[in-house]
Design a protein. Structure first.
Lengths: 333, 575
């Protein structure tokens, strides 16, 4: 028999509890190679029937059982309990983050589904193209949508997304991955419109590159990489007139000047208009100045370099040139 | 009271296809209800493909697909249904492709196709090894596009049948625990199968046969439930599906001694014989001591010779599953597998328009439709071929939806039931719910469920015979008693999953009773029903469909109806 373990569960029943509390279950797992879900099921079926959670397929395809294990969002069905034990033979399980809790480990995913719906998650094809037989799609084109189309909509990425946490206007990882799949689907005929919408506030440029979604994702979706695919496509098609794009290009320009990232200069590169500078950036700059977070330098408003270059600046220039060349479409080389 | 023109229960391939077809046919007020969110439906777990004679990989025809299906079904398939299935396949796959479903491609950009068990041509269209997932999500995209009303995480408790007509369902909103009726002009079931009554199964925990039993309790018989398909390659002890697509791509089956044992059972098609034949071969190897692993209860799926590139391109999901659940890298090692309960050929009897029929003469119960695994139309006969289930769910889901639209627009006779009918149905469901919530006996649900699965697996599994089956029928009556003495600890109303599990167990016990009764009476071996004491097919006595009717005391009464033989006379089945 396997050694006893403790699963510490964050519990809450809306009918009986004013607030959530921790409960420890100590027991012998069903077998050495039990999954974490097997252990949670063992609690429900043989120790405490009131423990409440979602699960169905137990093979990482239905997406029901996303929750937080030892502080990180993931499915509980696709790994063995042994992989999660801490030094005290304990595993901590709590509901997925960034969503209201309904009961114990069950969360209300309404917000998540609203984000999915917000990207018009379906291929828009002109009816005239619906000729006989299939649309042709090369294996290369298929490979562009292969990873994103493995998404099971479990929501583990939203549980951990640091941008979604502070701004619920952000579309979030899974919705952007879905958008990437449609944008790169050769059957969709609305890429232009989609890329414009996705470049707006709350879209592809609001991801902070923290990689939490990549770590949480149980499938090969890797939402952050799909967001990068979207950004590359947007740039390739000339979607430059937005703060996100200006921010990304400004970042490179600044580094190209001196090898330094002059962070005070970056916001200036990102804003799109004088109005935005006056109504948005200036008041924030003043507030930051008053709190000594930022020393204004009028020189920043002038073009050109404000830092002496880093030592070996020529190496930085080489890296940038090489990267630029690699990013160019192949046929233009 | 909630009212809809169309309420569809179950949101897998059949349910979603029906909803879309009903809308396309002009139905205005369509709603889908499911105990899980639509994309959590078990259709998503299907891996290997969907069959259609597109001819993208080799020469193929509807006639070949049709014959393969009937022969695969051991000639119990109704041949009107199998012909519609196979004729509709190409247009169905193209329709899915047009709506945006992702498919793997050939080098020239067509839908890729691969071989599958029992099919004489490579006709499985696929999206790597997640075809069900690709179609399920593709259909859901359309459900979102059409803004179809979804009752997600609502549980059906009963079907309202009155005056030979279906009037709606009684449901529980799982979130609130409240019970109410949904009045509907038409009700469609796409509620899935019941593999969960076996110990080792590929099926999701949700596959408890609720729809089939709710229909049965409303007075509609169940057809051919004794035909249970055991999939040859469930991951050993876990039961998780390892797609037949693996063998379609060329994988071998080997026993504990490393022999490709299929030579002894189906020298022609080898590993790609139909599933019933392969599963029996595996079970025979295991029973005769040539199995592997500690207890000798496994054989192996060997993919090593396919190479890393092919495995990672065509079978990435099962590579991952085997690594995560078994700790094995199939690129370098064979993976232990075993026959695993997979698919219910039987179910709610319907005609080829998806209308539910309630007797031997196939009279239609007005306003009630069913398709997919919960239904029995019967294209699959005694054994379904791989990739025909996704096809059947889409084709017959679609046909049900069309029938519904036609019924609604065709000046049907609207005879709504009195309010009393609905309030009685709700009162009955509430009384049942209170009884379940108050269960306070010494038995645990977990023990009863495990014992039930154990009994079904050992006495009604791959091989069956008279004595164990007769014993089982008696035992199952005891299970009903044990259930009455069970205990439930969550007595609250909101999101009470223990309550749901208790109700599901009630359904599972009754399904087991129906299946065991059918298996005991059918004294022959055909497709997914294999009797050691009657090892051959007996067309004289049993070329007929079983119909189990619920009697007053809850036990099944069996009658039979003829098989529709149209083009293909039964012959001996050789592969």
């Amino acid at each position: 028999m396997p050694e006893p373990i403790t699963i510490r569960v964050k519990r809450f029943n809306p009918e009986t509890d004013a607030e959530s509390y921790w409960q420890d279950y100590t027991f012998e797992p069903p077998s050495e190679d039990s999954t974490l879900l097997d252990c949670i099921n063992h609690i429900k079926w043989f120790i405490d029937g009131t423990l409440t959670y979602r699960m169905s397929c137990r093979s990482a395809i239905c997406g029901s059982c996303a929750m937080r294990v030892n502080g990180g969002g993931q499915l509980v069905c696709n790994s063995q309990y042994r992989d999660h034990l801490d030094k005290e033979n304990t595993i901590t399980v709590e509901p997925a983050g960034n969503m209201p809790v309904i009961k114990d480990l069950v969360t209300d995913a309404t917000g998540f589904w609203e984000k999915i719906r917000a990207v018009d998650p379906y291929v828009k094809t002109d009816a005239a193209r619906e000729a006989e037989g299939e649309h042709f799609m090369s294996p290369e084109d298929f490979s562009m949508i292969d990873d994103a189309s493995t998404c099971i909509m479990c929501g583990a990425c939203y549980s951990e997304c640091t941008s979604y946490e502070i701004d619920k206007n952000f579309l979030g990882p899974a919705a952007l991955a879905k958008a990437q799949r449609i944008v790169h689907d050769t059957r969709d005929e609305t890429q232009e419109q989609r890329l414009t919408q996705l470049s707006e506030y709350g879209g592809m440029w609001d991801c902070a590159h923290c990689f939490a979604c990549v770590q949480a994702c149980p499938k090969p979706v890797n939402p952050l990489y799909r967001i990068v695919d979207l950004r590359n496509e947007a740039h390739k098609q000339g979607h430059h007139d937005n703060n996100g794009s200006r921010h990304a290009r400004g970042f490179v320009d600044i580094v190209e000047e001196s090898g330094w990232l002059d962070e005070a200069k970056l916001p200036l590169k990102s804003v799109g208009s004088l109005k935005e500078f006056v109504t948005d950036l200036l008041p924030m700059g003043v507030r930051m100045g008053l709190k000594n977070k930022f020393r204004p330098n009028p020189m920043h408003l002038l073009p050109g370099r404000h830092h002496p270059p880093v030592p070996k600046m020529n190496e930085v220039t080489k890296i940038i040139e090489k990267t630029r060349a690699a990013a160019e479409p192949k046929d233009k080389e | 009271m909630i009212e809809h023109d169309v309420i569809i229960v179950g949101a897998g391939l059949a349910g979603q296809s029906a909803a879309l077809a009903a809308i396309a046919g002009g139905a205005k007020d369509v709603a889908i209800l499911s105990k899980v969110h639509p994309v959590r439906s078990h259709s998503g777990a299907a891996q290997g493909g969907i069959a259609a004679s597109l001819g993208n990989a080799d020469e193929d025809s509807v006639e070949m697909h049709d014959y393969d299906t009937v022969k695969g079904g051991d000639f119990l398939s109704d041949q009107d249904a199998s012909l519609i299935l196979t004729e509709s396949a190409p247009e169905t796959v193209y329709a899915l492709e047009h709506m945006g479903v992702v498919f793997s491609r050939t080098d020239d950009g067509k839908i890729a196709q691969r071989p599958f068990g029992g099919h004489s041509s490579p006709r499985a269209c696929f999206a790597a090894d997640r075809t069900g997932h690709a179609i399920l999500h593709g259909l859901f995209e359309q459900i979102v596009k059409h803004d179809v009303k979804i009752y997600s995480e609502w549980y059906m408790l009963s079907l309202i049948v009155h005056d030979n007509r279906c009037h709606g369902i009684v449901v529980m909103n799982i979130d609130t625990g409240e019970i109410e009726a949904i009045k509907a002009k038409t009700v469609m079931f796409g509620t899935g199968g019941y593999g969960r009554i076996f110990l080792t199964t590929t099926n999701a925990f949700a596959s408890t046969g609720d729809g089939a039993i709710i229909s049965y309790r409303a007075g509609i018989p169940l057809e051919d439930t004794e035909f249970m398909q055991f999939h040859p390659t469930g991951l050993y002890r876990h039961g998780i599906l390892a797609s037949e697509g693996a063998r379609g791509e060329g994988a071998y089956l080997i026993n504990g001694k490393g022999e490709r044992f299929m030579e002894r059972y189906a020298a022609g098609m080898m590993e790609l014989a139909p599933r019933d034949i392969v599963s029996r071969a595996e079970q025979t190897e295991i029973d005769e001591g040539r199995g592997g692993e500690e207890d000798g209860d496994a054989v192996y799926l060997d993919l090593r010779h396919l190479g890393k590139d092919k495995i990672m391109e065509r079978l990435p999901q099962i590579w991952q599953l085997s690594r995560d659940f078994q700790g094995i890298d199939m690129i370098h090692e064979p993976i232990p597998i075993q026959p695993t309960a997979h698919y219910s050929m039987g179910g709610v009897p319907t005609n080829v328009d998806g209308e539910v029929v309630y007797d031997e003469a196939e009279n239609v119960l007005a306003g009630y439709y069913a398709a997919g695994e919960c239904a029995c139309v019967s294209t699959h006969g005694a054994n379904r071929l791989g990739t025909n289930s996704l096809l059947e769910a889409c084709v017959y889901g679609d046909r049900s939806g069309r029938s519904i639209a036609k019924y609604l627009s065709g000046g049907y006779e609207d005879k709504p039931a009195s309010p009393q009918v609905f309030s009685d149905a709700v009162a009955q469901a509430k009384e049942r719910a209170e009884r379940v919530r108050a269960m306070d006996g010494p038995e645990t649900l977990g023990d009863i469920r495990n014992d039930l699965k154990e009994a079904m697996t050992h006495k009604c599994g791959v091989y069956r015979s008279e004595e164990p089956l007769a014993e089982l029928v008696g035992e199952l009556r005891d299970f009903r008693g044990r259930y009455e003495r069970a205990h439930i600890s969550d007595r609250t109303r909101r999101f009470n999953t223990e309550f749901l599990e208790a109700v599901e167990l009630d359904h599972m016990i009754e399904l087991a009773e129906v299946m065991a009764a059918g298996a005991l009476e059918r004294q022959e071996s055909r497709g997914g029903h294999s009797r050691r004491d009657f090892p051959t097919r007996d067309d004289e006595k049993f070329l007929k469909h079983t119909l189990a009717h619920r009697t007053e005391d809850g036990t099944p009464d069996l009658t039979y109806k003829p098989v529709k033989i149209i083009r293909h006379e039964p012959v001996e089945r050789k592969y």
